[in-house]
Design a protein around this ligand. Structure first.
Ligand code: NAD
Length: 196
C-alpha cells in the first residue's frame, strides 16, 4: 500500500474495478460514483496521473482493461480495489468486476426496479444476462428478453427470463404490449451497446 491509503489493509480480499471513482469530484461527493468525471481517464489503462506505474526495459507496461486482469500483480488506485468479505470465493466473485455490477447495478441501484414490476431487456451478452438476474433478484413479475442468438435466449430462461423474443422474426414492441394488456413495460434496458 502506498502512503495515504486508509481504506485497505495488507491481506484484504478485494475486487478490482476498471473505473475507480476519484472520490473527490462533484458527483463522487454526491455518492454518484458511476458519474465520476475523472474515472474515464483511469480507464485508459494508466493511473490518474497518466503513468502506468509499471515498466519493462524502460518501456511503459499498461494495465490491460485498467485492472491488469491477466496479471498476477498490478498497481491500482486504492479506490479501484473494493474490499470484500474473506469467505467469498475469489474465483466466483471475480465476475462482479464488470458485467455483473453493470447489469445488476442498473436494475437495483439505478432504476430501483420494485417487486412485481414488468421489465424488458434487449441484448443478452454479459451485461444483459446480468440485468436479467438483477430483475429476478428485484422480484420483477414479467421479464421479457430479446436477442438474435438462440442459445443466449435459452440461457436467459435459466437466469430468470419469463418470455423470450427473437428480434429478427418477432416485433418486440408488439409482444411487450400484448403481454401487458396494451400498457407497456415499467422498465426497459438496452444492453447491446451496438445493435446488429
Ligand atoms: N461486459 C462488460 O463488463 C461491460 C461493462 C460495462 C459496459 N459494457 C458495454 O455494454 C455493452 C454490451 O456489453 P456485453 O459485454 O454485454 O456485449 P455482448 O457483445 O456480449 O452482448 C451484446 C448482445 O446484444 C445482442 N444484440 C445485438 N443486436 C441486438 C438487437 N437488435 N436486439 C437485441 N439484442 C441484440 C447480441 O446478440 C449480444 O448477445 C457494450 O457497449 C459494452 O462496451 C460492457
Amino acid at each position: 500500500m502506498g502512503p495515504g491509503v486508509t481504506n485497505l489493509q495488507p491481506g484484504d480480499h478485494v475486487v478490482l474495478t476498471p473505473a475507480p471513482p476519484c472520490g473527490e469530484c462533484y458527483y463522487c461527493q454526491r455518492n454518484e460514483h458511476s458519474l465520476c468525471v475523472n474515472a474515464m481517464s483511469i480507464m485508459t489503462n494508466t493511473l490518474p496521473d497518466g503513468i502506468s506505474g509499471l515498466s519493462r526495459s524502460g518501456e511503459a507496461v499498461l494495465r490491460g482493461c485498467g485492472v491488469g486482469g491477466l496479471a498476477e500483480y498490478v498497481v491500482t488506485p486504492s479506490t479501484g480495489a473494493i474490499k470484500i468479505d474473506k469467505d467469498i470465493p475469489l474465483d466466483v466473485v471475480c465476475v462482479i468486476g464488470c458485467a455483473l455490477q453493470t447489469g445488476v447495478g442498473a436494475v437495483l441501484n439505478t432504476a430501483k426496479v420494485e417487486a412485481g414490476a414488468t421489465v424488458v431487456i434487449m441484448g443478452l451478452g454479459g451485461v444483459g444476462m446480468a440485468t436479467v438476474q438483477g430483475a429476478r433478484i428485484a422480484g420483477a413479475s414479467t421479464i421479457i428478453v430479446s436477442d438474435p442468438v438462440a442459445a443466449r435466449r435459452e440461457a436467459a430462461k435459466e437466469f430468470g427470463a419469463t418470455h423470450v423474443v427473437d428480434p429478427t422474426t418477432e416485433d418486440l414492441a408488439a409482444v411487450c404490449l400484448e403481454l401487458t394488456n396494451g400498457i407497456g413495460l415499467d422498465y426497459a434496458f438496452e444492453t447491446p451497446g451496438k445493435l446488429s
